[in-house]
Ligand binder design. Structure first.
Ligand code: NAD
Length: 482
């Protein structure tokens, strides 16, 4: 099964921060893949913009070497030379006036215009202002914003306000790349495209839901940013919150941007405040040659968490009484992101007490090996008594869809093409982001006001012991991180 390619219209995509890590690792390789797939047309241009003193030729060389590094299998393709010719460069100072007239000359008025702000959020306001001042953007232009979108409610509100001086909400694309993942969209397809699950998708049949986003790496080169943010701001407020919304939301009337985002917003607004006894924070210690969190961020008195686990309740008819357990952290035993929907036990076992306790679980795996499994209880084969075992029904996409599954675009490819098509369904709306911060701020305030420190955990573990207790005290347990 091959993913269907629908070419987009001619566009000019201006990448502010065009020499940065994100542009080199994700944005430019994604565009190249869409070009090779035939989706990015020959009359589309990418204009890299940054402070570095480069001309178009030297920027094209920089893009070429990034593609060699990040898309080694594709660079041999004859398309590379053509793609590179569709790339231009403008040197700009976002905080001053240098380079803006040059950019105004290069951006076409008769093509779709998208401006990707792949720079520090402190520059967002100035970029929006200059695009307006130099008459570069029009009312049909789109702006694309990278996370972090604020660090609390007041900064997110200020950011929304400054952008809205020059752009309307339907021009603003706030990226959460988790929403561009194939499996995340499949969550909606599975829920709303099948009759099987939706009647059971509530607190009457679902015991609990656990969401794990585990990373095996530490803070890497992002130490100074990360130490100001921590796992709650960096992961829960955006990525895990978005996953929670898609699991918990009511069926939208149609798959359209505002219908989907209205339902997600209702979930965020129905979240209960979190009790301090339902929060576990951790910080990794050192092990062998691996640096501790303190050493990695260069701050021996840091109280920032590199791990967090929370028990979250949604106060509405569908979910009252079914907890959502969320956990995310760095330097854990494996890189693994998954959602497990754990169903209740049958109300009565006809097989007697020896049959043990069994539960169905639908596991949606985001990475690695995107796919789904459904744990079903069956009879253990063989003669003798009626012994029950749980077996996973495996729906790994790579197997089900065949080798062409590789042709399915990754999150950035899909999201950038959605920007060009003008489809905001998989992007966060301003009120959603603000509602997420309204829930997050008091959670953070609890530990900031007490000055509490995160517990230590060993690198390569499943996080602090207390996080296991968070589930144990409710008679439940986390799935293995593997
Ligand atoms: P980076 O530091 O590698 O690159 C920053 C870019 O901004 C450079 O191209 C630089 O020239 C440009 N820039 C800085 N100041 C400028 C100015 N005054 N005028 C014009 N250009 C200027 O950063 P990055 O890692 O590419 O991240 C970019 C943004 O994306 C950040 O907000 C970051 O938080 C966010 N983000 C990055 C990643 C990632 O994996 N790198 C992931 C998610 C979000």
């Amino acid at each position: 099964m091959v993913s269907r390619v629908i070419p987009v219209q001619a566009f000019d995509l201006v990448v502010f921060g065009g020499t940065g890590d994100l542009a080199k690792r994700k944005i430019l390789p994604s565009l190249f893949r869409r070009f090779v797939a035939g989706q990015m047309p020959r009359d589309a241009f990418v204009i890299g913009v940054a402070r570095s003193e480069l001309d178009t030729k030297s920027y094209q060389d920089l893009v070429m070497s990034s593609l060699k590094e990040f898309e080694p299998e594709l660079v041999a393709s004859a398309e590379l030379e053509i793609f590179i010719k569709q790339i231009k460069y403008v040197q700009i100072d976002a905080q001053g006036d240098f380079g803006w007239s040059d950019l105004a000359d290069k951006v076409r008025k008769d093509a779709i215009q998208a401006f990707y702000f792949s720079v520090s959020p402190s520059l967002f306001g100035q970029l929006a202002e200059k695009l307006y001042k130099y008459s570069i953007a029009s009312q049909s232009s789109r702006i694309v914003l990278e996370k972090p979108f604020g660090r609390d409610l007041s900064s997110a509100r200020a950011l929304n306000a400054v952008l809205k001086e020059h752009f309307s909400e339907d021009q603003i694309y706030r990226i959460d790349h988790y929403l561009g993942k194939e499996t995340v969209q499949n969550l909606m397809a599975v829920r709303f495209g099948n009759m099987l699950f939706e009647p059971l998708w509530n607190s009457q049949y679902i015991d609990h839901i656990q969401v794990t986003v585990a990373e095996s790496v530490g803070v890497e080169g992002r130490g100074s940013y990360y130490d100001q943010a921590g796992a709650m701001r960096d992961m829960i407020q955006n990525h895990l919150m978005q996953l929670l919304c898609l699991i918990a939301m009511e069926p939208p009337a149609k798959f359209s941007p505002d219908a989907v985002r209205d339902e997600k917003l209702k979930v965020i607004r129905a979240l209960d405040p979190v009790n301090s006894s339902d929060i576990v924070r951790g910080q990794y210690s050192n092990s062998g040659s691996d640096k501790s969190y303190f050493d990695a961020v260069g701050n021996p008195s840091s109280k920032t968490e590199s791990f967090i686990a929370l028990k979250v309740q949604i106060s509405n008819w569908r979910w009252a009484g079914t907890p959502f357990y969320l956990r995310t952290g760095k330097k854990l035993k494996a890189r693994c992101s998954e959602i497990a929907v754990v169903f209740k036990e049958t109300p009565h076992s006809i097989f007697g007490p020896d049959a043990g306790s069994h539960r169905n679980a639908l596991v949606i795996r985001l990475q690695p090996d995107e796919g789904m499994t459904m744990d079903l209880t069956i009879k253990e084969p063989g003669p003798g008594g009626m012994r029950l075992i749980d077996v996973p029904l495996d729906m790994t996409f790579a197997e089900a869809l065949g080798p062409e599954v590789d042709a399915i675009p990754d999150a950035y490819e899909r999201l950038i093409m959605d920007v060009i098509r003008g489809n905001q369904t998989l992007f966060m709306r301003g009120d959603e982001v603000e509602a997420a911060w309204s829930w997050t701020d008091p959670v953070i305030d609890q530990w900031v006001s007490k000055g509490s420190k995160p517990s230590k955990y060993d690198p390569g573990s499943s996080g602090p012991e207390d996080s296991l207790m968070l589930m144990h005290k409710d008679g439940r347990k986390w799935r293995e991180i593997s």
